[in-house]
Design a binder for this molecule. Structure first.
Ligand SMILES: [Zn+2]
Ligand SMILES: [Zn+2]
Length: 442
């Protein structure tokens, strides 16, 4: 088998890896990169023609955004878990809506075509595809997220080395469990690993969940008690649902004052899909719903603003809205309306990529520009990292737990972090920070 990286190498975004064996050409993820400009992986035409399958790890645009742009008319099969499939339509429709009208890269028919190509696979079940077999394992990142365990059929059996040739692609993964999800699968046996290293920097050590929630609830409380508005930009799928369930529970526990939590239509749709797929969530949450306690997915605090000018929003309140990195979407309007008031607060909960408005605000910029308009950002800005990813210690402990591991490819990471992390790992493993377009033999 061999790997070629068409994106996600020395960058966070446009994850797209070609896995080539003697008789198959598979893509692992097909994402785009959101930033100032939309960037696509550059897959050569002859490779696009040859492709016969795409394995999707989860429904985030940096892993699926390319599907409607390049694969609407292709013959490829697309493999995904059920929640990934169900969330995909919502996410791609939103992506379609957010694109500049004059420069739309795909149509809603392209989305429908992509949906028809999806073959749903369950976790922990082997699928034979030409000369390889693969299975999805829980990744703990968002609902439906999967790591992919790949095995060449013609692997060479050596008595004491049954892992030979096996490859694990983590996609995005979390070693800790969350409000909604189990943690990722651990203690695997593979020889080769392609691992996301988003938070692999020395400074990337997350506080404990308890500490994080304490700080978060105290911060929200202080703004609400001053009759302020807390705005939380979040990725439509994943963190938003985690935060919404958390906010509901914090109000119930009287740790923050009772108030309306405004969410966008898109978040509401994704929340409904989470609820429908709760069988893939952690058991604790399933039991809560089954045992007829009140259903946190249908919280009475969740409200959708019905007015275009948002004049029905009542203070104090919380607004959870897209996009997570302030690259477009309803957050822009909310900032125009409420960003100039120092009593309000903007809380980032997720990753802010270089070049995005989110990163600029986080770095202290007080005015941002969107579609030639200047927007004042006078409100308080904080970051509380409710990450769906593992931190540096989590990455290290995951790597250590793998038996028979020899070779590691670090992807989905800023270049400096990946290179430093590679150095730290290189005493024990062969570590590659891959270059775009080069071929790596396994
Ligand atoms: Zn992700
Ligand atoms: Zn990602």
């Amino acid at each position: 088998m061999k790997l070629v990286f068409y994106g996600g190498a020395k960058e966070v975004g446009r994850s797209c890896i070609l896995l080539q064996s003697e008789s198959s050409n598979l893509l692992l993820d097909a994402g785009v990169k959101l930033g100032k400009e939309l960037e696509l992986p550059s897959i050569p035409d002859d490779i696009l023609q040859k492709l016969d399958g795409i394995i999707i790890t989860h429904t985030h645009l940096d892993h699926v955004g390319l599907l409607p742009i390049k694969f609407s008319n292709s013959k490829v099969k697309i493999f995904a878990t059920k929640p990934t499939r169900d969330l995909l339509h919502v996410l791609l429709s939103d992506f379609h809506r957010l694109q500049n009208k004059e420069k739309k890269l795909f149509s809603s028919r392209d989305i429908d075509n992509v949906m028809k190509k999806i073959q749903v696979l369950e976790y922990n079940t082997d699928t034979q595809f030409k000369d390889i077999s693969f299975r999805f394992l829980e990744a703990g990142h968002i609902l439906g997220s999967a790591m992919v365990l790949i095995q060449p059929e013609k692997r060479v059996y050596v008595e004491d080395n049954v892992n030979r040739g096996k490859l694990l692609y983590t996609g995005d993964f979390n070693i800790s469990s969350s409000k909604i999800l189990n943690s990722c699968e651990r203690n695997l046996s593979v020889e080769n690993l392609v691992i996301e290293a988003t938070y692999s920097g020395k400074e990337d050590v997350f506080p404990s969940q308890k500490e994080l929630i304490n700080r978060f609830s105290e911060s929200i409380k202080s703004t609400l008690t001053k009759n302020g508005i807390v705005i939380i930009p979040a990725f439509a799928v994943g963190r938003a649902q985690e935060i919404l369930i958390l906010l509901h529970d914090l109000i119930k526990a009287k740790r923050i004052p009772e108030c309306n939590i405004y969410i966008d239509g898109m978040l509401k749709k994704a929340l409904r899909i989470y609820r429908q797929n709760v069988i893939y969530a952690k058991r604790e949450l399933q039991l809560r719903i089954l045992l007829n306690e009140e259903d946190p997915f249908k919280s009475k605090y969740f409200k959708v603003s019905r007015k275009k000018d948002k004049s029905d929003i009542q203070k104090p309140c919380i607004i959870v809205t897209t996009s997570g990195m302030i690259t477009g979407g309803p957050i822009i309007n909310y900032l125009k309306m409420f960003g100039g008031d120092e009593n309000n607060k903007l809380i980032f909960i997720g990753y802010q990529a270089e070049g995005t408005n989110g990163r600029k605000i986080l770095d202290g910029q007080k005015v941002i520009e969107f579609e030639n308009e200047q927007i004042e950002v006078k409100l308080h800005v904080e970051q509380h990292r409710f990450s769906g990813h593992s931190d540096r210690n989590g990455l290290l402990s995951f790597i250590k737990s793998i038996k028979g591991l020899k070779k590691i490819f670090l992807v989905h990471s800023e270049q400096e972090k990946a290179e430093e992390f590679a150095k730290a790992l290189s005493k024990k493993y062969e570590v590659v920070v891959p270059e775009l377009f080069l071929e790596y033999k396994l």
